[in-house]
Structure formats: C-alpha cells, structure tokens
Design a protein around this ligand. Sequence first.
Ligand SMILES: Nc1ncnc2c1ncn2[C@@H]1O[C@H](COP(=O)(O)OP(=O)(O)OP(=O)(O)O)[C@@H](O)[C@H]1O
Ligand SMILES: [Mg+2]
Length: 239
Amino acid sequence: MIALENVCKAFPLNGGKLEVLRGISAEIPLGGITAIVGRSGCGKTTLLRLLAGLDVPDSGRILLPEACRVATVFQEARLMPWLNCRQNVAFGLGFREKRARARRLDQLIARVGLAGFEKAYPAQLSGGMQQRCALARALAVEPELILLDEPFAALDYFTRRQMQRELRRIQQESGKTLVLVTHNIDEALILGDQVLAMAGGRVARQFDLQDQSWPRDVLAPQLIEIKRQILSEMEGETP
Ligand SMILES: Nc1ncnc2c1ncn2[C@@H]1O[C@H](COP(=O)(O)OP(=O)(O)OP(=O)(O)O)[C@@H](O)[C@H]1O
Ligand SMILES: [Mg+2]
C-alpha cells in the first residue's frame, strides 16, 4: 500500500504563496491502476513529482514500500534528442547479456507499437510516438511503481484506445502499480481500479471501481453515475 497522509505543498507566487496541495490523504493499493483526475492546475503533476521523490512535501507524509523502484512518464516525453528510439529505450535497461538485451528491446518497442521506428530520432517521431517511446523506456527499468502524467494526451482516439488496452494488459501481466494522471474522465473510468478526484487541493472523492467488469463500457449506467459524481466534484472548483 502507498499512503499519502495530509500532504501539503505550496509554491511562492507574487511575493506570497500558492497553496497547491492542501492536505492530500489517500491510499493507493499495490498491483492496480489508480487514476487521478482534476482540473488543469489543481496539482496533479505536483503530486506525481512528490510520489516520484523529485520534490518533497512541505508537510505530511508519503509512505512507499521499501526498495520501490519508480519510473515516471512525464507530461512531455523528455527523450534524449541525440539518441534514437531504440537507444532511448535501451537507456532504461541495466546491464544484460547482448542477445537478451536485444530481445528485450524488441519486445518493449513492439509493445508500444514502434516497431520499424527503432532508428528514428525523437525529432522524427510524432508527439504521440515520443510518448510511447517514453513509456517503453519506463517499462525497461522494470519498476514496481509507474507514474504516468497524461501519457496519452497527444494520441488520436484510436491509438489512445489501443494504448489504454495495452497499458491495462501490461498491468495485468506484470502486477505492477500504476498511477495515471489524466484530464480525461472516461480514460480514468476505462482504466482505473480506483479513481481519485482532486479538487480544492485535496482528494475530494475516492471511487472504487474494482468490481466493474473489464473491458469497461463508459456508457454502462454505473460508470455514467460515477462520471456524474466526478464532474460535480470538479465543477465547483475555479481553475
Ligand atoms: N515549480 C513550481 N513553482 C511555482 N509554481 C508551481 C511549480 N509547479 C507547479 N506550480 C503551480 O502549482 C499549480 C499546480 O500545478 P500542476 O502542474 O501540479 O497542475 P496540474 O494539475 O498538473 O495541471 P495540468 O492538468 O494543466 O497539467 C499551478 O498553479 C502551477 O502554477
Ligand atoms: Mg500536469
């Protein structure tokens, strides 16, 4: 279990301070997908950075399992421009025997649908392809916890659906813990074992979707009702 206990974070702004996270408390079960939704600027990336250990809370605690390897797919792909697609993914692989390494690279690249683009440099890939390359690089690390910040925002509808299915499959096969930040409430409902709705610097509501069948149908009455509740939490908040 990953636990967030009353996590607060503020940033300096115009001589004062902007309180972004005002006491985030939540539990993230291991071995599932937790989706975080909230309006732009509500602090989703800030929360992910705290989970990744890239920044520290002003107060409160984040409890991660011991020796928990974390990989992050950021909102922008952050690939190394001087390395091609294959080399970028390889960056996440530790030392391995040459043939095993090549096999693993092929697997990872195929898994995100980039076979044939191994030698392309980031500037030669579309935004969505760069994101998929970043996902393969994150998987290469074999992390226990994968943090994803709007990983599919740049993808067209069909590629997005395909990547959602792929992500779910990766999670089910590996049993890893995924935390997925998304603006897209349908995506959260399609993928999440639980959904955290952020508003007012807190987790306004936590929805358990574990009992919802898979594949998810966002037009199913229960999911429509959950979506209505999420929207009503988010609606009251001024961006
Ligand atoms: N390093 C920083 N210094 C100052 N202010 C920051 C910093 N990082 C974030 N903020 C502020 O904190 C607030 C939350 O930012 P954050 O990036 O977490 O939002 P978000 O929910 O991820 O938004 P989006 O959906 O647009 O990505 C914003 O008002 C932003 O200006
Ligand atoms: Mg963000």
